[in-house]
Design a protein around this ligand. Sequence first.
Ligand code: TRP
Ligand code: ZN
Length: 885
Amino acid sequence: MTDTPSSTVYRLDYTVPAFLVSHIDLTFDLDPSATQVSATTTLHHNPESGLHDLILYGEALELVRVVMNGKTLDKQDYILENGNLRIPGAPDDVTLTIDTLIHPDKNTSLMGLYLSNGNFFTQCEAEGFRKITYYPDRPDVMATYTVTIKADRQSCPVLLSNGNLVETGELPDGRHYAKWDDPFRKPSYLFALVAGKLVCREETFRLADGRDVLLQVWVEQGNLDKTAHAMESLKHSIRWDETRFGLELDLDRFMIVAVSDFNMGAMENKGLNIFNTRYVLANPRIATDVDYANIESVVGHEYFHNWTGDRVTCRDWFQLSLKEGLTVFRDQEFSADLTGSDSGRAVKRIEDVRTLRQLQFPEDAGPMAHPVRPDSYQEINNFYTVTVYEKGAEVVRMYQTLLGRDGFRKGMDLYFKRHDGQAVTCNDFLAAMADANGRDLSQFERWYSQAGTPRVKLESHYDAAAGAVTLKLSQHCPETPGQAEKHPFLIPVAVGLLDRQGNDMPLHQPGKDGTQTTAILELTQESQTFTFTGITEKPVVSALRNFSAPVILEYDQSDDELLHLLSHDSDHFNRWEAGQRLASRRLVALTKAVQTGAPLSLDDAFIDAYRTVLTDTRLDAALRELALTLPSEMMIAERMDEIDPQAIRSARQYMRGALAKRLEKEWLAALEANRTEGAYRPTPQDAGKRALKNLALSYLLTLDDTRYAQIAIDQYHQADNMTDRLAALTSLVHAGYTTGLPETKALLEHFYREFENEALVIDKWFSLQATSPCADIQTIRTLMTHPAFTIRNPNRARSLIFGFCHNNMAQFHATDGSGYAFWSENLIELDKINPQVAARLARCMDQWKRYIPSLRELAGDALRHVSQQTLSRDTREIIGKTLSA
Ligand code: TRP
Ligand code: ZN
């Protein structure tokens, strides 16, 4: 916490470090209230730097002693400023021993060394290592590590760090120690230590090259029966990286540790990945299909970082997407490949694009808009964003779309050949892709430097006489904070043409060899025309197939054309897209009708289209479920000039009700036909069936008919898995049965008692209530006083507070401002405890200027009230940008 004005860090200010570290030897004497850290570092002056001051970053440290080259330094030998330690004019070769004292029990920020349920954990990315010792805590300083951990044997039987265990032994007073050695040079943000009472599931696993490695999943006692899926996912990840990218595990031992108190999803510390429990623990009783899928992808994500992040790391934090965009792309491809089918891949793609549009597009259009490679920041933690992660992954995907899978692989191979063991930049990655494929990709760099979501406009023209189709593509990118002028992007636009029967037409471009059914058009200018010849009838254009670029496509297509695509497109993604566009059109119109008090209605053509999808049993259940799920309130808001959350909710509820009523028979049939058989399995097939069945149930529950409520109640009791149980309960609560049907209240209580000791399930219990359309501010305030609620645990805080503020639009933006008052109170409280999590809560207000005037005024008051408090750097940056944009 500080009152000093925010200082901004700029990408172009980068300078090489004055000193490099070859090795660091760390000793921890662990104690919850006073841990002693002794760090002996071997440093050498960097010949590339003209500066000779040795700068060691520090934060909230008690300095005990500094010894340089055998001499204990006096206070006048160094300068302590802004928490950092500077030794002016240090000699070229330095051996430095620094002793510090830290207080894990007082550390509520969950950065650096902290306690969770009595166990010790570290989190060092991005700048947490400086809360452990004074160090050149920047990613371009890479060193080998030896770590000795001393602790009480009783309370800390398990002592873990990166690399290989080289020594263990006894110490006086019931203490013991373990010594770890990590032979791979790494930046300090990849350091980790875990100590406490933990148990593990372990297996030896044979790598492709024949080496046996030890795999471990560490959890708190009582959770071993929830580790099988994480272990399976880890083995799948190792195999996948071997086969798809030829990348092998480079250690003899690979550990995953689950922790209940964690700011983010998981962390890729070398050989010792630390995970939020929600991305490790699963069994059918406590975890849903979505949890199973998330665990698989996060385990994959962190494992894949071993190459894309750890072996090759970032030069500075502006390059964060170098590792995150690439690793998200890799985990997306991993999950897609594991589904084992084309429709499985499409399902995964649709889900990923939905996330991008729902979260990243608004970010790109709001006060926090920034390029995939940001130009400046006040607090780097605020830049672990959907832009850096998800848009970054889209940017990586575009290389693959442009170069083909083989070309992309060649680029990856060259990237590792050139940069293994180095800290590099996004431009180095681009250069590897370009050079490996003999292509000039200089224009592509704009995807890294320009913020905002490009608009691509498409106009199609069919010339019957010439048998030719021309597609005119043009692009423009809206202004974003600090970037008024934009230059054209290189945009791969995948297109296909459908004939009257719905079949793909062979595509031939004049002057180009061969035909295909999907062409990748490269849009590089502001405006360009592409022609296909030999087209014998007017086609329906399927544009931006598989979402080939992170853009907003503006293309006027009639309902008939969209219906044609919805029923026939060979590109599954665009079938889904056509359905979403049909629904969005109507939802926007309905919202306007709600606002003007005009009568609401839904046309037969739309109902018929939905009926066709619902009853098309040739389509996988998972795809049908996605197609039949209406665009979210947030997605509808994106399409409105002025956001009126209550009108949007009414329109969407009306549409759900109409679809329920007019397809009642079909929903019921889908419910019956999609019950899964046998023991619970989280396979894409079974998960898809459950998703469709539970969607059908939620539609039916909007009809005021106790028969359907009874089906849900029965499903709740008979379910042998959390997916079905939670879906039944959620649908009942969200349909408003908590007031009308006493059984629903009883079920909520039953659920709580049944899972009282499963923290992750209690999170679900809070969040299902927080996101209910019926949850007004009083419901939320009452839940805040529940004995199981605590603002200190990020998962719990997220489930209730974020659940309401981020995922319950119409209630949060209540016209009396009660949601905003709740937000500001909790933001101010949370900011004193955990700035990183508080700054995420601050982002609920990103869009405030786009709301209807009455809400805008109330939101502005709340923001100004918060801005007048003493805030952390994290929250101050967000509030400042939100108010000033
Ligand atoms: N590098 C992590 C990942 O994406 C992200 C992360 C985990 C993180 N914990 C953090 C980032 C704490 C900042 C602060 O895999
Ligand atoms: Zn990551």
